[in-house]
Design a protein around this ligand. Structure first.
Ligand SMILES: NC(=O)c1ccc[n+]([C@@H]2O[C@H](COP(=O)([O-])OP(=O)(O)OC[C@H]3O[C@@H](n4cnc5c(N)ncnc54)[C@H](OP(=O)(O)O)[C@@H]3O)[C@@H](O)[C@H]2O)c1
Length: 289
């Protein structure tokens, strides 16, 4: 008899991750249902309740989030509605219907003072409101669920929506000189690489029912860069001959604090699963192909 397909709900189907996942279908052992803000607003408690009453899943990939880091500072109620209230609504249903919640979090839960790759159990101390809201989302999941995976990632980009790579390519057309901060270090993550990791995690859990692989994981591409270095690589790979001026973040017109260092350590996934993300510049090459 053939095995039943794993049923997976995707919230925030129009996110970078949702749209990327759609390009990677079909997956022969998995059956995906996509929802977006219109069809399932995760902050709407009643709508979420109704939805799960009618539809049953083994996993929920929560890609829905308030992600505008700058705007989050002044739009705090809306941020909490989604990044905490929305998560809480999904937790209730996960408990009730016993599905596994796969939730995406961020490097911005850290303050950047460590200056060495951050491990999953390192001290958190977010510097901005977006980071605070994502951290509270993590905490309520950890307090209330057993079957969850929180995957922290960083500097996410893809062919879709607004992201750093697309912004740099766009700005390179219109602005004479680009300025990028050279005192914030992190690691870019190509969305298809993160999706592959999520699919790997689900399969690993399914194949090892006696093991407890639930918990928190870090995933980004490998190695590190500053925004300036990342920008330079984007332009050189795109074949655009344009100068970028490296600047200090203090000179950048932003009222929002960001960690000066937020490289995520991948030791846990390497040790536990022998999973080795590729380097960020190699992944970036794929973006241009
Ligand atoms: N982007 C990054 O650099 C980065 C870094 C680290 C972690 N992350 C995390 O990765 C995840 C995915 O990020 P992304 O960049 O792929 O996101 P994204 O492209 O910014 O999309 C977020 C999506 O969530 C939807 N959404 C907002 N409120 C919602 C609600 N109440 N109900 C349902 N959907 C809602 C948005 O819809 P509308 O557009 O209609 O509002 C949008 O389609 C998020 O959890 C984010 O915090 C991102």
């Amino acid at each position: 008899m053939s095995k039943n397909k794993i049923k997976i709900l995707v919230t925030g189907g129009k996110s970078q991750l949702g749209k990327t996942l759609k390009t990677m279908l079909p997956q022969k052992d998995m059956d995906f249902s996509f929802t977006d803000k219109k069809t399932l607003d995760i902050s709407d408690r009643k709508a979420v309740k109704q939805f799960f009453k009618k539809n049953k899943f083994d996993y929920c990939f929560n890609f829905a989030a308030y992600t505008n880091v700058n705007q989050a500072e002044t739009d705090q109620d809306a941020v909490i509605d989604v990044n905490v209230g929305g998560v809480s609504n999904l937790i209730k249903q996960a408990k009730k219907y016993n599905f596994t919640l796969v939730h995406i979090s961020t490097d911005y839960v850290f303050d950047g003072k460590k200056r060495k790759p951050y491990r999953e159990d390192d001290k958190v101390n977010p510097l901005n409101f977006y980071g605070v809201s994502k951290l509270v989302g993590e905490h309520i999941i950890q307090m209330q669920l057993k079957k969850y995976m929180i995957v922290r990632t960083s500097w996410l980009y893809s062919k879709f929506n607004k992201n750093f790579v697309k912004t740099i390519l766009e700005l390179s057309k219109s602005k004479r000189k680009l300025k990028l901060v050279n005192d914030q270090t992190g690691t870019p993550t190509y969305a298809p690489d993160l999706i592959n990791f999520l699919l790997f995690l689900v399969r690993t859990i399914e194949d090892n029912p006696k093991k407890n692989y639930y918990g928190i994981y870090h995933f980004s591409n490998e190695a590190k860069a500053t925004w300036y270095e990342f920008g330079q690589k984007i332009l050189s790979m795109a074949g655009i001959n344009k100068k970028i001026k490296p600047i200090d973040s203090a000179r950048f017109e932003s009222h929002v604090k960001r960690p000066a260092y937020s490289v995520l350590s991948k030791k846990k996934i390497k040790k536990l699963f022998d999973y080795k993300p590729r380097k960020w510049d190699k992944a970036l090459k794929d973006f241009f192909e």
